[in-house]
Design a protein around this ligand. Structure first.
Ligand code: ADP
Ligand code: ASP
Ligand code: MG
Length: 415
């Protein structure tokens, strides 16, 4: 059972999570619970680091960020003990989560869960601090924003759990973010294939890596509300048959930035140097456009999007490359957004892209870049235009209407 930040935001909610965990124990199940930092704690810790340094050392950043989830676990253990059960809280390191050494976005290499297994066999409820591990250099690491989902899936795989339940502040995975598309509908099921595309294109309800990990290790994920008992969304394996609607969901992101390099020499290896430097700095690249000039001069323009939080690191990584290649200019744009539509059914249907472009044009929204996969179409647009674009696409593809499992409007369960 994994509880997200909103689900443990204050004393009342921690007690509610404790009660929910205990209820499972009382019907005979053994429980490992993974908790996130309370409310906005991680953002506050990031802001604290920014106050003292413009370029905080990543190792120290992880020492700082890992504290948020430890607080949640210790408090929840206290609440569970008060309910007459025995609980033990563990840091990621104590729980046996071993990672590589890439601070602030470490990858899990191994889960040595013997301590958890022993505690479970001694009838403890085990609480594990999410989002963190210990590196092969024995330093504290964190797993990237939203990483508690991945902690939960990795532990579920290691102890061969029946299910990995992700308790969050919405009732499951919706056809769009219910915070910006009020008519969004909860999906009872979603395939791994589609969920991966959704997570990769901005639906932060499940962290991308957690979905990858669950698929690789065969973990059943159930994303559901921490405020009520209604079933949420089950992520289905490829072998579990289901219908493929044309379009399953609209996703969006406003946390992207763009870098444009003007006057890149048109010769073999230029792109390799640029993207090699970014890879070494750990920056994930999203959409790339390179135009090949035909006329005199022979200089190309290379433009790509990255996560907004990687912008500073990317600029730093590119400084020497710009000099080495003799690039004329480097422009950055932090106000980038993206809307995407995802659906396994689009693979075999013409006209989906045309409808996306038409819908955005009707809203007067300019498309700056386009990228596609067999089951996804993404458009890079101004960040400010994202909510209107997401609503328009959701409506154009009729994702809210005729839902199989109509839900109460978003927010009702929270009241
Ligand atoms: P937690 O703190 O529980 O990990 P997150 O904030 O990481 O929660 O993820 C839940 C949020 O994801 C929701 O509040 C919602 O605004 C957002 N979200 C974005 N896209 C979707 C979607 N397609 N379905 C459900 N929620 C979504
Ligand atoms: N607390 C971390 C974050 O805010 C990890 C998580 O919540 O999953 O990103
Ligand atoms: Mg999350």
């Amino acid at each position: 059972m994994k509880f997200g930040g909103t689900s443990v935001a204050d004393a009342e909610r921690i007690k509610r999570a404790a009660r929910r965990i205990v209820n499972q124990r009382e019907v005979g199940r053994r429980v490992v619970a993974v908790l996130s930092a309370r409310g906005q704690t991680t953002d506050e810790l990031v802001a604290m680091a920014d106050e003292v340094s413009r370029t905080p050392d990543p190792r120290e950043m992880d020492m700082l960020l890992s504290t948020g989830e430890r607080i949640s676990c210790a408090l929840c253990a206290m609440a569970i003990n008060d309910l007459g059960h025995r609980a033990i809280s563990l840091t990621g390191s104590q729980a046996g989560i071993v990672t590589d050494t890439s601070h602030t976005k470490a990858r899990i290499l191994d889960v040595r869960a013997d301590r958890i297994r022993k505690a479970l066999s001694e009838d403890f409820i085990v609480l594990v601090a999410g989002f963190q591990g210990v590196s092969t250099n024995r330093d504290v690491t964190t797993l990237g924003r939203g990483g508690s989902d991945t902690t939960a899936v990795a532990l579920a795989a290691a102890i061969d759990a029946d299910v990995c339940e992700i308790y969050t502040d919405v009732a499951g995975v919706f056809t769009a973010d219910p915070r910006i598309v009020p008519g969004a509908r909860k999906l009872p099921y979603v395939s791994f294939e589609e969920m991966l595309e959704m997570a990769a294109s901005g639906a932060k309800v499940l962290q991308l890596r957690s979905v990858e990990y669950a698929r690789t290790h065969g973990v059943r994920m159930h994303c559901r509300s921490s405020f009520d008992d209604t079933p949420g969304t089950v992520v289905l394996g490829e072998d579990e048959t289901m219908e493929h609607p044309l379009i399953t969901a609209v996703t969006h992101s406003t946390e992207e930035a763009r870098i444009t390099l003007l006057g890149v020499p048109d010769r073999p290896g230029a792109a390799a140097s640029i993207f090699g430097a970014l890879a070494d700095a750990g920056c994930n690249i999203d959409t790339i456009i390179q135009n090949e000039p035909l006329g005199e001069g022979r200089e190309a323009e290379v433009s790509f999007t990255i996560a907004g939080e990687d912008l500073r690191a990317a600029e730093r990584a590119l400084e020497p490359v710009v000099i080495e290649l003799g690039v004329a200019r480097l422009d950055t744009d932090p106000a980038i957004g993206k809307v995407s539509i995802i659906g396994a059914g689009m693979r075999s249907h013409p006209g989906v892209a045309a409808k996306v472009f038409e819908t955005l044009a009707d809203q007067g929204i300019n498309i700056e870049m386009i990228s596609t996969s067999p089951i996804k179409i993404s458009c890079v647009i101004r960040a400010a235009a994202v909510p209107a674009a997401a609503r328009a696409l959701h409506e154009a593809f009729e994702l809210g209407a005729g839902g199989i499992h109509p839900e109460r409007p978003f927010g009702e369960e929270a009241r």
